[in-house]
Structures are given as structure tokens and as C-alpha cells.
Write a protein that binds this ligand. Structure first.
Ligand code: EPZ
Length: 418
């Protein structure tokens, strides 16, 4: 995979359009298998996780392809229930295919999903919920075999943790289960609401999405529709914290402010000037060194865990001590050791990342170890003086169409080197 060569120390200026949300697109691509006909998912970014999803869909007998910037998905007549291990293990989102395969084939064989190594990332909540709805699930060391010979039935199920993925799995299951399902303890992320919007437009009967409790009445059939996913709030946060780190004046278009409240609050605390000239447009100006800040991540609408490393990168040169407490994943700050290669003073203790802001970070050799940590290294390198080389960019490609272009179009100097 190509490496990123970054020349830091430049202000960021210009305008950038925020792409559609990876974490909205991925579950919707799976949910499209529940529909009769051809679904069109519009304006889908070119991400490696999307490519993996297309390969997975075609491997199980569906038809999935790109048409311009859209993705077309249609269930096949001869679907098969097994997901190749290479594809299951390539991303976390392979777990979303359990339910569509149960629906289409009456069974699903899938190895444990992959994904960024930011924690153990079990799928017990997905399994417990599906069992409550009548699925028979065997878990083996590497494989999960699910069957639903009599189909799924409605259930009252309470998630012990508001897991985004488990909420999405159980929404898809309840959409066609016989009878009513009441899900409590649901995740409330915007991506959940977007999946519900897609399913409702296909004919599903879902109430309460975006809240902690959802009521879903199963229907016989869902019909394919065209759907444009919400903007990617974490890509927006990536650009915003990049400006906070480097200084500058950047306008973001195609954003949804309401998805960014906690992030915008933190940016204001760091001294960024934010304004909303018109709907969907957000302007950020940073004319000084960031002020130190304290952040605790949490489930939506709290500060998003995915933006934690991005905030940390901007805090490396803040005036004073910053701290971020991670409450979702066990290993969110693998990037901390890499920050120190630039001369940063950062250390992790008990899920807290402590940062003593310094001035004069210097470029260095950095290794990405996960998607958002890799994006944070790009931000840190952009803020450092001199050249940096970033490896492990395959992690970054999972969630960013072209991070060099994303920052390059607002004045950053960085390029890919094969
Ligand atoms: C989704 O992952 C996102 N991925 C993640 O974004 C995001 O960080 C995460 O939600 C939290 O917001 C996608 O949407 C594709 P969870 P997911 O289930 O669904 C525990 C990115 O960078 N848990 O909400 O896997 C789990 O271990 C990615 O774009 C269980 O214990 O997250 C974790 O501690 C990274 N049992 C917590 O819940 C389960 O069955 C949150 O996980 C499921 C989860």
C-alpha cells in the first residue's frame, strides 16, 4: 500500500465537501438484501470497506456493483449462506450480513468479523438478540452458524449496552420477523436513524429510531428504493480538528450540524471560531494555538469515540494539559506512541490519554494501526514542522476516500508514494 509523505507546518484554507457516511452506507448495503428489486445507494464514497462489501454481496450470490458514484444492490435467486472467511475477517461490517442471509437462505455461516483492533469487539449482543427472536446460533472458535428454519418472530429485547451494530442487526431482523419487536437500550447514533429511514422507505414499520426504545412490526416484503445516506460526521470532525491543529480558515459543505454538537462544543473550547453561513455549511477559523481541553467519549450524542484520536492530535500543541477519557473501546489510543515520535508529550493510563501541549512538533516516521488513529497521525504530521512519512495507510483507506486529496484541496502538502 502506498505511504503518505506529509510536509507539515502550513495553514489550511479553502472549502471542502463532506462525503456520505461510511457507517451509514455499510449497514444499508446489507439491508438492501432484504428488499425485492434493485436498491440504489447514492453518492457512495470509494472506500475499501465498501469494496469489501461489494465483494461479499457478490460472493453470496447477490448482484452488487457501482454505477458512477452510486451502488446498485439486488438479491439473487440462488443466494448461498456462507460468507468467505477472507471477507468476514476483512471488516467489522461483515456481521451485518447474518440477518439478510437468514432471511434469504434460512441460515448464515460467517466467521467472526474483523475490523480495527481498538478493542475485543465481541458480537454477543447481536447473538443474544437474534436468539430472542428465534434464531438457532452455534458459535465455534472461528465460525458462527445461524439458522432460522421457522423464520424469526418478534420479541421484547433490551440491549445491555447501546451497541451501534447490534441495534442495526436487530432492526433488520425485526423488520421482517413475525409480529412486534420492542428493542430497548438502543444506540441513538445518526447512522441508526438513517438505516431506519432507509428501511421505512422500503416499507418497514419502525417507530422510535434515534431514541433508546424502538417498536418494529414485521412485514412480509420490503421493496427496493433509491437512498442517499447522511454526511460522514467523523470525516467532518477529521477536517475540523485538522484546522484546529494547523490553524486556518476552512468552509465545510454538505454537513449536518446536529450530528456534530459535541465535537463543535470541544472545538469552541479549544478556541476555534465557528459559524454557519447557510444550511449545511460550516466555517471554522483558528488563528492561534489551540487551548487545552478535557473530553470524555460516550455513546451518541456524547463526544464520539471515533473522533477521540482526532481531538488528541489537535491537542498535541495546545497550551497546557489536555486529557481525553475513552469509555467505549479498550484500545483506542494506539496512536499515542506514534505522536511521541513527533516530540509530543502524550501517555495513556486507565483509558485516559494525557497530553502536555508542546510547541514545535517535528516530522517523523509514523505507523498507522487503525483507521481513526491513522487519520490522527495525518493531522499531527500536518501540524508538525518538516516532513513525515506515514505507513499502514491501508487502515486509513477503509474510511477515507483519499485523505491526501481531502486535506490537499484545503492547502495541505501531502502525497502518496508507492
Ligand atoms: C460502530 O462499530 C462503528 N462502525 C464504529 O466506527 C464506532 O466506533 C462504533 O460503532 C461506536 O460508535 C460501524 O458503524 C461500521 P458497537 P460497532 O457495537 O457497531 C461492545 C470507525 O472508525 N459490544 O457500538 O462495532 C464493543 O466491544 C468505526 O468508523 C459488545 O460488548 O460498535 C464496544 O466496546 C470504528 N457486544 C462497544 O460495545 C456486542 O455484541 C461499542 O461497540 C457489540 C458491541
Amino acid at each position: 500500500m502506498a505511504e503518505l509523505i506529509v510536509t507539515g507546518g502550513r495553514r489550511l484554507e479553502g472549502s471542502v465537501r463532506i462525503p456520505r457516511s461510511k457507517n451509514s452506507v455499510l449497514p444499508i448495503l446489507a439491508a438492501a438484501l432484504l428488499c425485492e428489486g434493485e436498491s440504489r445507494i447514492c453518492d457512495v464514497p470509494c472506500l475499501s470497506d465498501v469494496d469489501t462489501s461489494l465483494a461479499l454481496l457478490n460472493a453470496v450470490g447477490a448482484c452488487a456493483c457501482r454505477e458512477g458514484t452510486d451502488v446498485l444492490v439486488c438479491a439473487g435467486d440462488q443466494m448461498q449462506p456462507s460468507v468467505p472467511d477472507s471477507l468476514s475477517g476483512a471488516m467489522r461490517s461483515s456481521v451485518y450480513y447474518i440477518v439478510p442471509l437468514l432471511y434469504r437462505c434460512g441460515e448464515a455461516h460467517i466467521s467472526f468479523p474483523g475490523g480495527c483492533r481498538i478493542g475485543a469487539r465481541p458480537i454477543n449482543l447481536h447473538i443474544e438478540g437474534l436468539r430472542a427472536m428465534g434464531a438457532e446460533i452455534e458459535t465455534h472458535p472461528n465460525t458462527i452458524i445461524c439458522r432460522a428454519p421457522k423464520g424469526l418472530h418478534g420479541a421484547n429485547f433490551c440491549l445491555s449496552f447501546p451497541s451501534v451494530g447490534a441495534t442495526e442487526t436487530l432492526m433488520m431482523a425485526a423488520a421482517f420477523a413475525k409480529g412486534r419487536t420492542v428493542l430497548c437500550g438502543c444506540a441513538k447514533e445518526p447512522e441508526i436513524t438513517d438505516l431506519a429511514r432507509f428501511l421505512r422507505r422500503c416499507g418497514a414499520r419502525i417507530q422510535g429510531a434515534g431514541g433508546t426504545c424502538m417498536t418494529i412490526d414485521g412485514v412480509e416484503r420490503l421493496k427496493a428504493v433509491a437512498h442517499t445516506p447522511i454526511p460522514d460526521r467523523i470525516t467532518a470532525a477529521t477536517v475540523l480538528f485538522g484546522v484546529a491543529a494547523c490553524g486556518g480558515d476552512v468552509t465545510l459543505t454538505g454537513v449536518r450540524y446536529s450530528h456534530l454538537n459535541a465535537v463543535l462544543h470541544t472545538l469552541s473550547a479549544m478556541g476555534a471560531e465557528l459559524c454557519r453561513p447557510e444550511l449545511g455549511v460550516l466555517r471554522i477559523r483558528m488563528e492561534k494555538r489551540p487551548d487545552a481541553a478535557f473530553v470524555t467519549t460516550g455513546v451518541y450524542p456524547e463526544f464520539p469515540t471515533d473522533a477521540g484520536p482526532l481531538f488528541a492530535a489537535a491537542a498535541l500543541q495546545a497550551t497546557g494539559e489536555s486529557m481525553i477519557r475513552e469509555t467505549i473501546f479498550e484500545n483506542r489510543f494506539a496512536c499515542a506512541a506514534e505522536f511521541c515520535r513527533l516530540g509530543a508529550e502524550a501517555h495513556v493510563q486507565n483509558s485516559r490519554l494525557y497530553i502536555n501541549g508542546v510547541s514545535g512538533l517535528k516530522g517523523g516516521l509514523l505507523a498507522s494501526q487503525d483507521l481513526r488513529g491513522g487519520a490522527a497521525l495525518v493531522i499531527a504530521a500536518l501540524a508538525a514542522q518538516g516532513k513525515s512519512r506515514i505507513t499502514g495507510t491501508e487502515y486509513i483507506a477503509r474510511g477515507y476516500e483519499d485523505i491526501a486529496q481531502l486535506f490537499g484541496r484545503i492547502g495541505a502538502e501531502l502525497y502518496w508514494e508507492k
